[in-house]
Design a protein around this ligand. Sequence first.
Ligand SMILES: Nc1ncnc2c1ncn2[C@@H]1O[C@H](COP(=O)(O)OP(=O)(O)O)[C@@H](O)[C@H]1O
Ligand SMILES: [Mg+2]
Length: 276
Amino acid sequence: MSTSASAVVLEVSGVSKRFGGLQALSDVGLRIARGQVYGLIGPNGAGKTTFFNVITGLYAPDSGRFELAGKPYQPSAVHQVARAGIARTFQNIRLFADMTALENVMVGRHVRTGSGLLGAVFRSRAFREEEAAIEARAQELLDYVGIGRYADFRARTLSYGDQRRLEIARALATDPQLVALDEPAAGMNATEKIELRALIDRIRHDGRTVLLIEHDVKLVMGLCDRVTVLDYGKPIAEGTPAEVQQNARVIEAYLGHGHSTPTLPAAAPVEPEARA
Ligand SMILES: Nc1ncnc2c1ncn2[C@@H]1O[C@H](COP(=O)(O)OP(=O)(O)O)[C@@H](O)[C@H]1O
Ligand SMILES: [Mg+2]
């Protein structure tokens, strides 16, 4: 299958990252077409979050080539990555806990807008208009993810599931080409997971591209167009969910990590909450 350059949102190849004696990523690559929900799965410690940290500029890779919408980019600084068009959420939620939900989304939106410090100091008319527009858009995004009624609540007072949704709203505020979600369902109950699935479906339907790390294999299989499986930092399979589910190396990787249940969905490892 051939895809034209503009149809590919993210193309990454040869990504390696070592931490001391640990090869966390070896020669990882993937290619995500516009409008896909692309899954990155694998056992606990496989390198999924490290991969996110590399493509979003938190960790400098030892090697790797990176293209966003056909243009090479260097993921060397977090704000440059945001401007280039990748937004993300974090496995360990990172919100401004004492700011309101609305303010948290407005912070995300500011990445995209122009009037700088001087505008803010003098509260120029352009600044005030821009601020009002940012606020309106932030409220829209809160409604979109289903927590509009909590706009004025401090982030710390929201339920865990709602905090995860707030992170998604903040990510969307940058109008990203790619939204990267690191275990968005972690800590959610069954109802919240169903709602999350509907939300991610809607994000795709509205024309965005999603890269999803998820441990809930049922969610991944139901949602993703394609999947890459990592094991010990190496890509061991790539394909549709149905294809990778049949892959012997994938089954072995999941079973080989001390999980004795014979079916893949049940064998998905549960990541401990606080692994720093
Ligand atoms: N900043 C770091 N320093 C040292 N080792 C790290 C760091 N971040 C991750 N690792 C290690 O890299 C490996 C992959 O971790 P991670 O990417 O978090 O896995 P996953 O998200 O797939 O569970 C693990 O062995 C982890 O302990
Ligand atoms: Mg992780």
